[in-house]
Design a binder for this molecule. Structure first.
Ligand SMILES: Cc1cc2nc3c(=O)[nH]c(=O)nc-3n(C[C@H](O)[C@H](O)[C@H](O)COP(=O)(O)OP(=O)(O)OC[C@H]3O[C@@H](n4cnc5c(N)ncnc54)[C@H](O)[C@@H]3O)c2cc1C
Length: 118
């Protein structure tokens, strides 16, 4: 089950348990299938894991939000403006989040690198 939440929220045992119960109750109410006594394996992955395991800022799963000032060309550039020879790629940079955008970001970074080396 994927539950979108904002990054930086408090993450702990009690709140996870509360959400878990709400989600499972919601599935039971809306599908007529109660999964609670059928779970054989369960793993939770939330803000803390994204922060600790992937070093993601504020535990975000998706990088910078696409607010007006953080969209498309207004996102951080693939070339560092502060350090020569430093490049960025991925969901925090232009053009944005999601696999297709991140692959394009990688292409842009590779092109920038090649251009700078010529
Ligand atoms: C649950 C979920 C579902 C999603 N579903 C979709 C979907 O259906 N379609 C879609 O297009 N996108 C989806 N996305 C978004 C997509 O996965 C991301 O936008 C994309 O993977 C981001 O790519 P990235 O290369 O920027 O970062 P990541 O894929 O997070 O890669 C960053 C890598 O850097 C590593 N790392 C971090 N710090 C260090 C360090 N100090 N040293 C070395 N390595 C380090 C991390 O371990 C990680 O492997 C989903 C994301 C989530 C979380």
């Amino acid at each position: 089950m994927l539950v979108p939440i904002a990054p930086g929220l408090h993450d702990g045992e009690a709140i996870r348990e509360e959400y878990r119960e709400k989600i499972l109750a919601d599935i039971a109410a809306n599908t007529g299938v109660d999964l609670r006594d059928r779970i054989v394996f369960e793993e939770q992955f939330a803000v803390s894991e994204f922060g600790e395991r992937y070093n993601a800022s504020e535990g975000t799963a998706l990088g910078l939000a696409h607010t007006l000032r953080q969209t498309a060309l207004l996102r951080p550039n693939n070339r560092s403006s502060a350090v020569d020879g430093l490049y960025f790629t991925g969901s925090f940079t232009t053009p944005g989040i999601g696999m297709p955008m991140c692959l394009i970001s990688g292409e842009h970074t590779a092109e920038a690198l090649i251009e700078d080396c010529e």
